[in-house]
Design a binder for this molecule. Structure first.
Ligand SMILES: [Zn+2]
Ligand SMILES: [Zn+2]
Length: 349
């Protein structure tokens, strides 16, 4: 039996080396809160960290898409109370670099993510600064609450894309993020919303989330069929929710004149795409990136009830089954995988 002043946590020690370990419990400092994570989303980044292709601290407790119950508050914390349901904005910034001082903290030189460089939420208990815990409406299913973080990233992506209502959008990839982009596109009044994904289950998910059409990019007819939905003009808005050089190259051909292309998916650092500068010039294309969630977490909490995210089909795994959860997220028997540190019932289903 472990001593009572420890809790189990899922730590990654290196490529493929994930262990459940008992770590000491810490009391919250004056401006901190202690949380009991109820649902923690498994994201592609977790797979990259475990696979060794994403820079992270070793060892580190995994998990950055966190919904939790407040269990203890520090002496100076007035805004939260034990029992509150919260979601965590999982970043810490240096506050002193040029970007921090320009209000662009997400571009900070010394940015540290929870579950990446700081210990994350795949544990029975964690302590974070109260200022990064955002209260959720009572009754929010914790697994929906855990979607606040990826939704906040999608919102920043939409801000960068700055779409004009009433015009089409093409979305590459209908994983959980692509699916949320579909739902956001609907609320923004974009249409038709067209999705490309090689997996039939993900095309079905895209349609379930409100896409007007979904095609298999491996099918040669998919490009012309998608373009036909824009009167042959191409798409004024294109979202890469995959992260690959091939997708960017394809996006350039599918964009309309004046089109805006959002690079939202995480490509491998070494990937290179072929871009013809003359095409960017002559067709007046814009390529924009979007990284993490600067000041969009608050807005994401506000939008959560309106997006119909309960159309996603969740699956839940206990702390000691994280490798199985990563596999499940990868092969896609389900739309979105969550770790439930306090059991499936506490995660909301
Ligand atoms: Zn993530
Ligand atoms: Zn900074």
């Amino acid at each position: 039996m472990p001593p009572v002043d420890t809790v189990p946590a899922v730590r990654c020690h290196g490529p493929g080396d994930v262990r459940v370990e008992h770590l000491p419990v810490r009391r919250p400092g004056p401006a901190e809160v202690a949380l009991a994570p109820l649902a923690v989303g498994v994201c592609g980044t977790d797979g990259h960290i475990v696979g060794g292709s994403f820079p992270a601290a070793r060892p580190v407790v995994l998990g950055h898409e966190i919904c939790a119950r407040v269990v203890e508050t520090g002496a100076d914390v007035d805004a939260l109370a034990p029992g509150d349901l919260v979601t965590v904005e999982p970043h810490d910034y240096c506050t002193a670099c040029a970007y921090c001082r320009l209000g662009q903290e997400h571009l900070c030189d010394g940015k540290r993510g929870y579950g990446v460089r700081l210990d994350g939420g795949m544990t029975e208990r964690m302590v974070v600064p109260a200022r990064i815990a955002y209260r959720l409406p009572p009754g929010t299913p914790p697994w929906i609450g855990a979607l606040t973080e990826p939704l906040a990233c999608c919102l920043h992506g939409m801000d960068q894309l700055a779409p004009r209502s009433g015009l089409p959008v093409l979305i590459y990839g209908a994983g959980p993020a692509g699916a949320m982009m579909v739902a956001l596109s609907r609320t923004r009044g974009l249409g038709p919303i067209v999705v490309l994904d090689p997996r039939p289950d993900r095309r079905e998910l895209a349609l379930r989330m409100g896409a007007d059409a979904a095609f298999d990019p491996g099918d040669e007819a998919s490009g012309p069929a998608a373009r036909a939905l824009t009167d042959g003009l191409g798409f004024p808005h294109v979202i890469d929710a995959v992260g690959s050089a091939r997708v960017l190259e394809s996006a350039l051909t599918m964009a309309s004149r004046g089109g805006r292309i959002l690079v939202f998916g995480v490509a491998r650092p070494e990937d290179e795409a072929r871009v013809r500068p003359n095409e960017v010039f002559a067709r007046e294309l814009t390529i924009v990136g979007a990284v993490i969630n600067p000041y969009t977490h608050h807005r994401a909490v506000g939008m959560l009830p309106a997006l119909g995210l309960d159309r996603l089909r969740p699956a839940f795994f206990p702390l000691d089954k994280v490798p199985d959860a990563l596999d499940a997220q990868h092969v896609g028997q389900t739309d979105k995988v969550f770790i439930a540190p306090h059991g499936v019932a506490a995660a909301g289903r």
